[in-house]
Design a protein around this ligand. Structure first.
Ligand code: ZN
Length: 336
């Protein structure tokens, strides 16, 4: 089926074997009128089976996805695959190269650009291609994120609470197979238009992740990402490399932040001082930290008070904070 898009590629999604290549996205600049942004893509297909669509670098300052998928893309061979794997290790490549969450080309957040439009800024053109050319091919969608520079996270595999109970149970089952310590059901408090939210809406089994942050980036988090994505591919029989699904030391715990108040926003701007480390349990009414006011250095610090009870699954990573920044997220054991 021809897709109505500005993007061109030599990749043939129906061709057996392994292909590496690019999505060519028109990018006209001051110094290069007919330039193209090359978004790398790997397709490995062998026989009949489901299709997994894997993304890294949706946000540019989250390098767990690019690292994991660049390695997987080099390693994966057709004989390991039953079905098809399509992977894009740097979906928002300009942001990955700039080390920024948002695209430096148009200032947009790839993870708020879905479904995108044919005639849009660069970010929206890529989102539109994913929506119309790639999502229809996929049974399983994985979008690897971390907290980047802004938030520390306990390593978790996540999803929204979707209305379709069968889809919800399947997503939690797949998330548990990943083997990260936490499965995290979250709400969109930071706007709509997310890649995983759109894929969930199409009924796809969709997994996001928050595997640490820029300052937690290291061997432990990368192992969770690499083992996890392979485990999910093995769960669906797409990866048949002879390795069993790795059992974690402790079964993943399913938790949720279902209330708006579980996402604690800074009441004023200043330096956020946390009082607790992640995994601490706090009660509603408890002071979880305080804001030091830079413009009133001799005034008392302003308390940041929890309005719900729960465990800290994330907290702000960069101390300098603006009013309204999310400084902590609280979760409770979840029913699903
Ligand atoms: Zn992200």
């Amino acid at each position: 089926m021809a897709v109505d898009t500005q993007i061109w590629t030599d990749i043939d999604y129906d061709k057996p074997g392994k292909q590496t290549g690019f999505l060519g996205v028109p990018q006209s600049t001051n110094t290069s009128g007919w330039a193209t942004q090359f978004i790398p893509i790997v397709v490995v297909q062998n026989g009949q089976g489901p299709t997994a669509l894997l993304f890294g670098g949706n946000h540019g300052d989250e390098y767990e996805g690019p690292t994991t998928l660049l390695k997987l893309g080099r390693w994966l061979q057709p004989e390991y695959v039953q079905g098809r794997v399509i992977l894009l290790p740097m979906l928002n490549r300009p942001a990955v190269e700039a080390g920024t969450r948002l695209s430096p080309v148009d200032g947009r957040n790839m993870n708020r650009a879905f479904p995108g439009q044919r005639n849009d800024t660069l970010t929206g053109v890529i989102a539109h291609y994913v929506t119309h050319a790639l999502f229809p091919l996929a049974d399983l969608v994985v979008d690897i994120h971390s907290g980047g520079r802004s938030a520390h996270f306990l390593p978790s595999v996540n999803m929204h609470r979707v209305a379709n109970e069968r889809q919800m149970r399947e997503m939690v089952r797949a998330a548990q197979a990943w083997g990260a310590p936490w499965v995290f059901i979250y709400k969109d408090v930071g706007g709509e238009g997310l890649l995983p939210g759109y894929a969930e809406g199409l009924g796809k089994t969709t997994l996001g992740t928050e595997i640490g942050s820029a300052s937690q980036y290291g061997a432990t988090m990368l192992r969770i990402a690499e083992i996890g994505v392979k485990n999910v591919l093995r769960l669906y029989g797409i990866l048949q490399d002879g390795e069993p699904i790795t059992q974690p030391d402790r079964p993943p715990r399913v938790v949720a932040a279902d209330e708006q108040d579980d996402y604690i926003m800074a009441p004023v701007s200043g330096i956020f001082e946390p009082f607790y480390e992640m995994e601490a349990w706090v009660e509603a009414g408890q002071t979880i930290g305080q804001m030091h006011l830079l413009e009133q250095p001799f005034a008392e610090a302003i308390p940041v008070v929890a309005r719900t009870s729960g465990m800290l699954i994330s907290r702000r990573a960069f101390p300098l904070t603006r009013q309204g920044d999310c400084v902590a997220t609280l979760v409770r054991p979840a029913e699903f």
